[in-house]
Design a protein around this ligand. Sequence first.
Ligand code: PRX
Length: 635
Amino acid sequence: MSNYHIKHLEEYFQVYRKSVRDPERFWEEVAEEHFVWRKRWSNVLSWDFAKPEVKWFEGAELNITENCLDRHLRTHGEQTAILFEPNSPDEEAQHITYNALFEKVNKMANVLKAQGIEKGDRVCIYLPMIPELAIALLACARIGAVHSVVFAGFSAKALATRINDASCKMVITSDGSYRGAKTLDLKAIVDEALLSCETIEKVLLVERTKNKVTLKEGRDLWIQPLLDEADGFCEAVSMNAEDPLFILYTSGSTGKPKGMVHTTGGYMVYTAYTFKNIFQYREGDIYWCTADIGWITGHSYIVYGPLANGGTTVMFEGVPSYPDFSRFWEIVEKHKITHLYTAPTAIRALAKENIEYVEKCDLSSLKVLGSVGEPINEEAWHWYNDNVGKNKSPIVDTWWQTETGGIMISPIPFVTPTKPTYATLPFIGIQPALMDENAQELKGNQVEGRLCIKYPWPSMARTIWGDHDRYRDTYFSAYANMYFTGDGAMRDEVGYYRITGRVDDVIIVSGHNLGTAPIEDAINEHQAVAESAIVGFPHEVKGNALYGYVILKEYGESRNFDNLKKEINQQIADKIGPIAKLDKIQFVPGLPKTRSGKIMRRILRKIASKDTSNLGDTSTLLNPEVVKEIMDNAL
Ligand code: PRX
């Protein structure tokens, strides 16, 4: 397989050089050698970052499920495609073979069709980490419907916003969701959301927890009886390479989530190619990514990337702490996991627990470890390397984003020498640039700046659903002819990249992107609140936690502040979800503002981080006196 499976460093450099010298030719070769197309492209790439417009494999036709399922049936039909490990270790794991998955996807696709879903319709999927979640994605893709997965930890309001933004026609959900010892009532959340959604015609329900649910006549249907009746084959719809495959929401600097639109051909090629190389996945390996399919990591590296390579991908329904902190390691032992791809926040949480939890399990099957979602700190990196990888399984610290669709900067295991906290080298075809404050590219090594990408890659998001102007303004206006990532990075003396964190108003808490604006909007809706500002501060496990500075309409002694704090957090949980709750809330008489009325978050960040020895330039502040007051009462 030429260029498809890189095996040593010299080969990486060779292939990399080729990929940037003639990207069109390079990706064309990958596309033609390793995928099934119904019609060939007329043009590999056309692009203009000023518009912005990017098209890969224009004119080509395909169906991604034929690449993820049909073509493996002959060679891998009885191999496990999805290995489902339930929330409770007492419930048996399910090994769903490619043959079985094919049938399940086809049946669900037929059910969607029978319920009125057509090519181009948007289907919202709000499900726990059960096989039906992956099946629902693929069923949509089979018939050309655009899936919009909403993480099943989001609140009714957040769900409604996303359904309405994409005018979804259907929701696929379940009666409930198991999360460790808890059961969440997903259907009730959907019912509440749908009070403010007019476009939903049907709700399909998967039975999981046997929670009591109420069905709305004419709208809600249990899916199982429909699946039982459905035919086991559904003709795959021909999709243009640039037809949308899915929408996935991510937080931005303003209140409204951004519905990133990913298209079919380029996304498939890039996620499959990166999966193969960045995990060095080989026949027979058992690969486990612990993310939820509600996030991009799950889309690209639980579902599409592994299945496009005919791999075995594990789906875990539960949490690392249930029934105890051994759960992850027991799963590794039980299923002889070869690849473990997880997040720094999980590593830090598990590293705090007794090492016995790890040591009592046999982790000798592991070959490659992965990290994603936020910078991995040195301590967590070493703990992961020493105790889980036993110093023999390389850690791939993979940097990428919802917007990039696939991994962009990462070591290749057994190929790129790793370095703690460094995502190391750009992946094949990726051309990063670091920019200074004057929008000049920083050339050479040992530089630090804002991370941009200079050239299109196949899996980049093509637009924001319904708001192309925002897509341009957010990603293509800061630097001419470049995609701006929103991250800062440094390049060391050998050209390795280290991601230093967000440079905008997005804060990454436990690996989840949270925009400050939507949280502030939620707080400000509380009747007692006049204004608020949110910043991040370092947290041992979560990486960052949220600190809220809140101005009350009446700042009186008589208030019960503890209750008010609870109410504010409840308000956030209702509007966004529990992941966005604040760790600390300080009631303040005012916020430091510039003369033009902008909140000086830099100062608030320093106070929250207890780093007040040098507050920097405060001469432009309109109300410097408020800074001292906030500092004196900081939490
Ligand atoms: O700040 C970077 C951080 O996560 C952001 C993207 O978040 P999201 O769209 O939710 O996708 C997460 C999973 C791909 C980035 O802008 N980030 C992601 N991976 C890393 C990282 N920061 C440092 N190192 C990483 N490996």
